[in-house]
Design a binder for this molecule. Structure first.
Ligand SMILES: Cc1ncc(COP(=O)(O)O)c(C=O)c1O
Ligand SMILES: N[C@@H](CCCC[NH3+])C(=O)O
Length: 463
């Protein structure tokens, strides 16, 4: 994803350093619809609006930094996934990307299911009214208390991640007088083309049970022997922010291969397979994401074809997109503070948030798009690094980007596509107060997750 080092066009310094940037866009005021939430535009004064609300009003009313979420866009993307897979399949939104009660209600209304991976995510989902049977419970180290809570609530499935967990879930369910539906998560041995930290189907990592060496087959054998669980399917998730469809196709092929082996060995045809999430989104104009219907078509075709060849009943497919639904629907609104031009290098633009509201750049070297949003500007582009206010030189929000050279303290800038894994991975570093999530729709804005207060933080400090 790294691009040419020396862009053509106007610039603020004679020599530009190596970096992840292409030429400055012809028009710094334009907002690529691939990257920005669907209802984003500019009003006659040049200020950016979302859902019909100017960002200047949002900043005044809710403060900065703030995550601004386009509800119509969220619902449209959820619906697109739902209709791409149709009624013979299920879409489980991956709550780890971003979860709040409002989001759970939207998902419920749009007919999606939910994947949770902690007792607290489960509690959030249940408290917002998501029916337990439409919840899948994940995690590589679920506690006995979490498993008990999930079984008692009656979740639709628990995804088993290890050999000890097969036994643990079976015993807990049996002691509660229940038979819990489960899937087994396997690692299919695919090297997904994404950042090492978010690839999950190669063997040397913590998730799932390897297909290799007959381990997945052995897990199935053990699960089928236990009374407290009912094995309903096999699960595979190959990683996140993936554009290349081939990894998903290989995974589907290998999961069906295992179903066939299970039928041959046990005479049992498992009714479900889950092929996980992971579809990439556009963080910059250079990214070309796949549409949900493309992945639905590819996965459905491969599973159907291979099941027919193996004379297997085609299982019900499910998927677990997180980022692809919520990622593009939100941006983070910041106020510009200190601006520090470093001659011959770049200009450091400090904002009132940073790695506490977006850790992805520090963690994965992620790329983002940024724009001046409180006004339009015809000034020439300057190469900037958008940084936060934390005591860390790696506190970078956008590593390399262009903003207008007349940028000034007090301007509002927005970083696009921060709906996924930003609020959900936010921290209190330097006792930062985690920003609110403001949902905008049809000219109205409302807080769906409020800003933390000093009192919230101080209440925890009981020494
Ligand atoms: C099991 C599982 N399902 C779904 C997801 C969602 O992934 P993404 O947000 O990339 O769609 C993840 C995270 O990578 C995951 O671990
Ligand atoms: N948190 C990661 C993805 C991991 C998803 C969970 N398995 C990200 O921001 O890209």
């Amino acid at each position: 994803m790294s691009r040419s080092a020396h862009p053509a066009g106007p610039r603020h310094a004679d020599v530009l350093p190596e970096g992840h940037y292409s030429a400055p866009p012809a028009d710094l005021n334009s907002l690529d619809p691939k990257v920005w939430a669907q209802t984003v535009g500019r009003d006659a004064d040049g200020a950016v609006t979302v859902g019909g609300v100017p960002v200047t009003r949002l900043a005044e009313e809710f403060g900065t930094p703030a995550y601004i979420l386009d509800e119509a866009d969220f619902r449209a993307r959820a619906r697109a996934w739902r209709s791409a897979f149709g009624h013979d399949a299920d879409v489980f939104y991956a709550g780890k990307a971003f979860l709040s009660r409002a989001v759970v209600r939207w998902l419920d209304e749009e007919g999606l299911n939910l994947d949770v991976c902690s007792g607290t995510e489960l509690a959030t989902a249940l408290s917002a009214g998501m029916p337990a049977e439409r919840i899948a419970f994940h995690g590589n180290n679920k506690s006995a208390a979490e498993i008990t809570r999930a079984v008692e609530a009656g979740v639709g499935r628990i995804v088993l991640d290890s050999f000890p967990e097969i036994v643990r879930v079976a015993h807990i369910a049996q002691s509660l007088g229940k038979r819990q539906k489960v899937q087994i998560r396997i690692t299919v041995g695919v090297e997904a083309h994404t950042h090492e930290f978010i690839a999950t189907a190669h063997e040397d990592q913590k998730f799932g049970i390897p297909l290799a060496g007959g381990q997945a087959a052995e897990a199935v054998r053990r699960a089928l022997r236990l009374d407290g669980i009912e094995l309903i399917g096999i699960h595979s998730h190959i990683g996140s922010q993936i554009f290349d469809m081939s990894g998903f196709e290989v995974a589907a092929h290998r999961v069906v291969g295992l179903l066939k082996d299970i039928r041959d060995e046990h005479g049992v045809e498992l009714p479900e397979i889950d092929l996980g999430g992971g579809l990439g989104i556009a963080y910059t104009s250079d990214d070309d994401p796949r549409e949900p219907h493309e992945i639905a078509k590819a996965l459905t075709e491969i599973v159907t074809r291979e099941c027919e060849a193996a004379k297997l009943r085609t299982p019900r497919i499910s998927v677990e997109p997180g980022r692809a639904i919520v990622g593009p629907t939100a941006f983070t609104l910041y106020e510009v503070g200190t601006i520090k031009p470093l001659e011959g290098l770049r200009t450091y633009v400090s904002v009132d948030g940073g790695m506490s509201d977006n850790i992805r750049t520090a963690l994965y070297d992620a790329e983002y798009s940024v724009a001046l949003v409180s006004r339009a500007s015809d000034a020439e582009p300057m190469l900037v690094r958008v940084v936060g206010k934390h005591c860390e030189s790696g506190d970078i929000v956008v590593k390399d980007a262009f903003l207008p050279a007349d940028l000034a303290p007090g301007d509002l800038i927005a970083v696009a596509a921060t709906g996924a894994y930003c609020r959900s991975m936010a921290s209190n570093y330097n006792h930062a107060l985690r920003p609110p999530v403001v949902a905008v729709s049809d000219g109205e804005a409302r807080v769906i997750v409020r800003r933390e207060t000093e009192d919230d933080l101080l209440r925890l400090d009981v020494g």
